[in-house]
Design a protein around this ligand. Structure first.
Ligand code: AMP
Length: 282
């Protein structure tokens, strides 16, 4: 595995791969890698000839009072994991490489950026779509791999790709969970003592909704109320949102049907966690 710091150099390598008829797969990350990230790398490895993974803690997707400076940075461990997965190129740019002095151009999906996490994290999705657009231009991938864990992010990216006609296939991979069903996240390392157990309430609330829908309940209002009731039973966890929405438009749906997104966000102490399930065919 080669670690590349320069955008120009990475673009040249991608162009060279394309000249040889190779398919380039790309996995954008912020590092502090876990099995969720590695599942994306494995999917890319299976489906592509050349695998590029980026590690870039993107300052523009963090709010002023969020965890940008303390976000876990574990480059040595991450590099070892990526090399073991046969990653070809690790792209590890500086902030200046991605946002040169005076950069003033933003990419924002106006209909989606203010929904779900965009409510309590204003500017977050604008930061995400801007950095992903830049990374797509640098890496020029044939396919890019994202996690269902960040369902609203996936919706913003799919829409950006359609609207701006990026020539890249977006592949969204299932959520990887711990044995006790906590969704893996780089932020789980923040959870102290009891908080690790308290955090399980998110997946428990989603499972409750799944049980009720399996039993025939179709009303979103009733399902949301049931999910919120489970959340309320863990008073140490502060609910941000519990919604049932269309996974493309992120608009609320009144009656659940196949493919609707049930999504939750909550604070465990100061750590904000998200999780979701997509309801299957009845
Ligand atoms: P991040 O480093 O948090 O920006 O995540 C990079 C990519 O990994 C995003 O596409 C995430 O959705 C994905 N990802 C994070 N956690 C998981 C997980 N538990 N399962 C699957 N994908 C994940």
């Amino acid at each position: 595995m080669q670690t590349i710091l320069s955008a120009t150099q990475l673009t040249a390598l991608s162009k060279q791969a394309h000249r040889f008829g190779k398919r380039v797969g790309f996995v954008p990350t912020m590092g502090a890698l876990h099995q969720g990230h590695l599942s994306l790398v494995r999917a890319a490895r299976t489906q592509c000839d050349v695998v590029v993974v980026s590690i870039f803690v993107n300052p523009t997707q963090f709010g002023p009072n969020e965890d940008f400076t303390r976000y876990p940075r574990t480059l040595d461990a991450d590099s070892a994991m990526l090399a073991a997965e046969k990653t070809d190129y690790l792209f590890f740019p500086s902030v200046e490489e991605i946002y040169p002095q005076g950069a003033a151009t933003w990419v924002e999906v106006e209909t989606l950026s203010g929904k779900l996490d965009g409510v309590s994290r204003p500017g977050h999705f604008r930061g995400v779509t801007t950095v992903v657009a830049k990374l797509f231009n640098i890496v020029q991938p044939d396919a890019a791999y994202f996690g269902q864990k960040d369902a609203a992010q996936a919706a913003n990216i799919r829409k950006m790709v359609r609207d701006l006609k990026f020539d890249v296939e977006i592949v969204v991979c299932p959520i990887v969970r711990e044995a006790d069903w906590l969704a893996m996240s780089s932020r789980n390392v923040y959870l102290q003592g009891e908080q690790r157990k308290q955090a399980l309430v998110l997946s428990r609330a989603l499972q409750r909704v799944q049980e009720l829908t399996a039993g025939g309940e179709k009303s979103s209002d009733k399902l949301i109320a049931a999910g919120k009731e489970v959340m309320a039973a863990e008073p140490a966890v502060k609910l941000d949102y519990f919604v049932i929405v269309n996974p493309e438009t992120l608009e609320p749906v009144a009656d659940v049907c196949q493919g609707v997104l049930v999504a939750v966000a909550a604070y465990v102490g100061i750590t904000r966690l998200i999780d979701n399930v997509v309801l299957p065919t009845q």
